[in-house]
Design a protein around this ligand. Structure first.
Ligand code: ZN
Ligand code: ZN
Length: 355
């Protein structure tokens, strides 16, 4: 894979989105997400009934992350100086964030959590995450991930390293901060579910995030690292909610599903018919997607005809779901939604009542 040269944040954002990695804006030249709107910053505001995410605003940091090309274009057209963050969870990414802060040697048991490093191993000179990660690899008889030139690696302004891995086929792994005897290794943070990472090519006031070597794609997460991540408590607990059967619902989409577009009963009814549509996300094509989307649209039409849901918002929601499940088929999905919705509108549907 050829290496990439930095052009503009907008370009980087589109590159990430095209790779299937949801992006969200960062404060120009910093690594923090841009602020939410005033309403979203009010005390007591909950993302579960926030309209901003459904309406395509960038409130709530990584929860707003999207692969929607049009939205990405809108965001960076309006604010070309915004940096780019990648939401690791919905992107299926696990990124090892190796710090190079020269620090005093930690306690022996804090270097590699859960591993008792034998007294005969001399830890003199161990001062950064590069060292603790190399030690872990050596103890396991594996190559040092920091030297893995077959995966995407990014040098950070502070001299650290981001090592990117594709974990789409691994169990869901969550983020951690590797200090104080927790995490994967001392001075090695893990960015996964619940975390985001600064995109390659970004510049902050401290310097650039630059590709190391030629590889510009993440390799599949090696089995041994996955095992180490599971051993150190990075395995995401299974979801309890029955209404979220798809293991990898985009957080932005989850927020859309729960946004205030209709009554609680209407939401439950629509969720029931959206579940099979979402389930199609795990298959490349077919799976009866069109029929399932049509049925969901029909139900939505009935709910709107009964006055318990708002037509414009519900149709937008259906389009978001369709785009998530079958990206790039917007026109076709919109036709299915439109015809299903129109047909359903002839049959008002009271949630809980009989058709
Ligand atoms: Zn907002
Ligand atoms: Zn909000």
């Amino acid at each position: 894979m050829e290496s990439r040269t930095y052009t503009s944040p907008a370009d980087v954002a589109q590159w990430c989105a095209a790779a299937g990695w949801p992006v969200h804006p960062l404060v120009p030249h910093q690594k923090t997400p841009v602020a939410s709107c005033a309403a979203c910053r009010l005390p007591g505001h909950r993302t579960s009934d926030c309209p901003c995410l459904a309406e395509g605003r960038w409130c709530h940091g990584l929860l707003a992350a999207t692969t929607n090309r049009a939205r990405v274009t809108d965001w960076w057209d309006s604010q070309p100086g915004f940096g780019v963050g990648v939401a690791c969870g919905p992107a299926g990414l696990v990124v090892l964030d190796v710090d190079a802060h020269a620090q005093a040697l930690p306690q022996r048991h804090e270097v590699l959590p859960g591993i008792a490093i034998h007294e005969t191993i001399d830890l003199t000179g161990l001062s950064t995450g590069y060292h603790s990660l190399a030690l872990l690899a050596a103890l396991r008889g594996q190559p040092d991930p920091a030297l893995d030139d077959l995966t995407l690696r990014v040098r950070t302004p502070s001299g650290g390293l981001h090592i990117w891995y594709d974990a789409t086929s691994a169990p869901r792994l969550r983020s951690s901060v590797g200090r104080g005897g927790r995490g994967l290794a001392w001075q090695v943070d893990v960015r996964a579910v619940g975390g985001y990472i600064v995109a390659p090519g970004m510049r902050t006031r401290n310097g650039s995030y630059e590709h190391v070597g030629e590889c510009s794609r993440p390799a599949v997460l090696p089995d041994w690292l996955r095992e180490e991540l599971e051993r150190t408590g990075h395995l995401e607990k299974p979801r309890e909610s029955r209404t979220r059967p798809s293991a990898r619902i985009d957080p932005a989409l989850a927020a859309v599903l729960s946004a205030g577009w209709g009554s609680e009963a209407a939401r439950k009814t629509l969720e029931t018919v959206l579940e099979p549509v979402l389930a199609c996300a795990t298959t490349a094509s077919g799976a009866g997607f069109s029929d399932k989307l049509n049925r969901a649209a029909f139900t939505a039409g009935g709910l709107c005809a009964a006055g318990v849901a708002e037509p414009a918002r519900v149709q937008q929601l259906l389009e978001e779901v369709a785009e998530y499940v079958r990206p790039g088929q917007h026109r076709r999905s919109a036709q299915i939604i439109s015809s299903g919705f129109t047909a359903g509108s002839q049959r008002p549907l009271i949630p809980g009542g009989r058709r």
